[in-house]
Design a binder for this molecule. Structure first.
Ligand SMILES: Cc1cc2nc3c(=O)[nH]c(=O)nc-3n(C[C@H](O)[C@H](O)[C@H](O)COP(=O)(O)OP(=O)(O)OC[C@H]3O[C@@H](n4cnc5c(N)ncnc54)[C@H](O)[C@@H]3O)c2cc1C
Length: 361
């Protein structure tokens, strides 16, 4: 019988790997990471993968073995919270003393009729894998950061494909005027046809139907708005929000099951002003690290230090040669400083490399 404290981390994305790396440094613990995938693929580079670029991948077994962390490749089906046991789709089980829930998110196309059938998400690596070769007119739906990055990357890498960006709001409209004007100018330069302030009513085999009845013909529809999270937490009886994200306290422990920490996109994490933090690796990585630090403190019989967190900037790539870095205040509101052009592209690339090191070092 083991006397080691068993920490099991569900999910080897940015949040889970950050938590596991920090947890492995705690004396007297055994850390196991469970993920359905064999490889870590940088989600923040998915739009590059979509545009046909090679993106770094890392074998999770190798990465984690080097850190003394056990890796189990299996899909998690359920948490038996009373028995402290995880049920896996391959029939296996794993027992835990402390659990870190970091199962991330995926695309959700259920909001509009026909989207599930005729549109493709760009949210997880499997989305790119199941997409046929891109051809014809491309309609990217959603003017958030992912939609902007997808439309600009495709327009730059695949000038043979006419790209339009369809959005209910101005693309990047939540950023400062300088930042969103720059986004608009670059999309124009790259030949992306922007349709802002329009709503999609349905997706069909040959394009989009807008609420005013207009049709936007497209051979390929890429759906970048809306997300879902795995059902595991809800199905296992954890307290969740209406989307299925785990509700946590200030220490990132499940409100219903305090021996379970939840981090990353799969948790509702409050920022300094009480508002939910963004679903971003900029949230997932510090949250994962903090959860493991809190677990370490609890195992020493101490109260964890309060979680302190603030964003410094928001980065959006506009192809490989341009971008926008919007600096933000402590409350995540826009500051005056904005970087654009090649400097911003270089800056974002450095951030993405740094983020990718969560799996590569
Ligand atoms: C195109 C694109 C660009 C982005 N750009 C940025 C950016 O520039 N900056 C930024 O901050 N954020 C960006 N994001 C958002 C960012 O990728 C996510 O917020 C981040 O990945 C969340 O990290 P996570 O660890 O919570 O989840 P993930 O990274 O999604 O990791 C979750 C892990 O859980 C595993 N998993 C899920 N379900 C199961 C199961 N049932 N059993 C076993 N394993 C399971 C998955 O295989 C995965 O490895 C971008 C997202 C996209 C799609």
């Amino acid at each position: 019988m083991t006397t080691e404290h068993r920490i099991v981390v569900l999910g080897a994305g940015y949040a889970g790997l950050s938590a596991a790396r920090r947890a492995a440094k705690i004396k007297g613990v055994r850390v196991t990471v469970v993920d359905a995938r064999a490889e870590f693929v940088d989600r923040v580079r998915l739009h590059q993968a979509l545009a046909g670029q090679q993106v770094p991948r890392a074998d999770l077994g190798e990465v984690l073995a080097g850190k003394g962390i056990e890796f189990v490749q299996a899909r998690v089906e359920r948490i038996d919270t009373a028995a402290h046991r995880i049920r896996l789709a391959d029939g296996g089980t794993r027992c835990y003393d402390t659990l870190v829930y970091a199962l991330g998110s995926s695309g959700d196309r259920s909001a509009v009729p026909g989207a599930t059938e005729f549109a493709y998400s760009v949210a997880v690596p499997e989305d790119i894998g199941r997409m046929p070769a891109l051809s014809g007119r491309i309609a990217v739906v959603g003017g958030g950061a992912t939609g902007i990055e997808v439309a600009s990357e495709l327009a730059e890498s695949r000038p043979d494909l006419p790209v339009s960006l369809i959005s209910a709001d101005e693309p990047g409209g939540w950023l400062s005027a300088k930042a969103h004007n720059h986004i608009r100018a670059v999309l124009d330069r790259l030949g992306v046809r922007v349709r802002a302030d329009v709503k999609v009513a349905a997706v069909t085999a040959d394009g989009l139907e807008l609420v005013d009845g207009e049709r936007v013909p497209a051979e390929t529809v890429l759906w970048t708005t809306g997300f879902g999270v795995p059902r595991v937490a809800a199905d296992s009886g954890l307290a969740v929000d209406p989307r299925g994200r785990v509700l946590v306290d200030d220490e990132l422990r499940s409100r219903s099951h305090p021996d379970i920490y939840a981090v990353g996109d799969a948790a509702v994490i409050a920022g300094p002003d009480g508002r939910d933090l963004r679903m971003a690796c900029a949230t997932a990585i510090p949250a994962g690290t903090y959860a493991a630090t809190a677990i370490a403190a609890r195992l020493r019989g101490k109260e964890p230090a309060a979680r302190e967190y603030r964003y410094v900037f928001q980065c959006i790539s506009l192809g490989r040669r341009d971008g926008v870095i919007q600096f933000v205040h402590a409350d995540d509101s826009n500051a005056r400083t904005v970087l654009t052009g090649r400097t911003a592209a270089w800056f974002k690339e450095q951030i993405v490399r740094m983020v990718g090191k969560v799996a590569q070092e």
